[in-house]
Design a protein around this ligand. Structure first.
Ligand code: HPA
Length: 291
């Protein structure tokens, strides 16, 4: 078995491929009318409506894929949507499942495994988060360039080991992150790069936890995405992750947050996320580390 590094300063990761069951699900979905895609997107809380903007759509409920689990979380419709954007085939997952819903680690990576099995060569992962910097405003976007995994389970372990071990693996693709920041700013939406802290939820943080997260260097906090990031990196697929700040943690002037507020606020960031997708789709040529 061959091991490799994922950027020099992080521990080595074993290269992997989607599980056989994901490849079989992809084949079934394509046979039923779905399509192979070049770009894959996971639409987080409140962002599911972006799938309606694709042209030439074809939709399948997660439950009919025989592979994806269905989320019960607010704002996660649980469907896979195929379509095109500027002529490029795109596959979108409307919603994802979370550890706090009781799903084990191997279930949390099924979505990205399916997207990779459908042929995607670039991924856009989106989520809603709590902003930890006092100068943040609700509705701004953070392009994630690092994460702090405070849940720490074996996220990529279920993937098939890869004999060739030749993929290049970095968690967050720096060129795609630059592309994303530029695209959001051109769309006149506030954006910055930042570090995402991953907690298991389901409750939002206490004031003391928000303070701690800020001190350890996190810019935003949320309850998803890191398992997908680790799995995608193992599969050698370049990705950009973007987080919509739906509430700003002000430990000394606390405010109440609930799932409906988070959904509503995430939807206001749709233009910025759509701008990122447009830029990812427009990136010509081969990705730097195709699987
Ligand atoms: N904490 C964790 N997850 C979140 C938050 C938050 O404040 N807001 C949206 N998702």
């Amino acid at each position: 078995m061959r091991y490799e590094t994922n950027g020099g300063d992080r521990p080595a990761m074993r290269a992997g491929s989607p599980r056989t069951a994901a490849v079989e699900a992809a084949a079934r979905i394509v046979a039923a009318g779905g399509r192979r895609a070049a770009v894959g997107v996971v639409l987080g809380t409140g962002l599911g409506g972006l799938a309606d903007r694709l042209e030439d759509r074809w939709v399948m409920p997660a439950a009919d894929t025989g592979w994806l689990a269905t989320s019960m979380a607010t704002g996660h419709a649980g469907r896979i949507v195929f379509g095109t954007l500027s002529g490029v085939p795109v596959a979108m997952l409307q919603g994802r499942v979370h550890g706090y819903e009781g799903f084990p680690p191997e279930t949390l990576t099924r979505g990205v495994e399916l997207l990779v099995a459908l042929g995607v060569r670039r991924l856009l992962l989106t989520n809603a988060s709590g902003g930890l910097r006092p100068d943040m405003v609700s509705g701004e976007l953070v392009v994630v360039t690092e994460h702090i995994d405070l849940v720490r389970r074996p996220w990529g372990q279920a993937l098939e080991p890869r004999a060739d071990g030749t993929s290049c693996v970095t968690f967050y693709d720096s060129a795609l992150a630059e592309t994303a920041i530029g695209a959001v700013r051109r769309a006149n939406v506030a954006a910055r790069k930042g570090t995402y802290a991953f907690l298991s939820g389901p409750s939002y943080e206490t004031r003391a936890e928000y303070r701690m997260l800020r001190r350890i260097g996190a810019d935003v906090v949320g309850m998803s995405t890191v398992p997908e990031v680790v799995a995608a990196a193992r599969m050698g697929v370049p990705l950009v992750a973007c987080s919509v700040v739906t509430n700003v943690a002000r430990p000394d002037a606390p405010d109440k947050t609930d799932a409906e507020d988070v959904c509503r606020m995430a939807a206001t960031a749709a233009e910025g996320v759509w701008a990122i997708l447009g830029a990812v789709v427009a990136q010509g040529g081969n990705p730097p580390c195709a699987s």
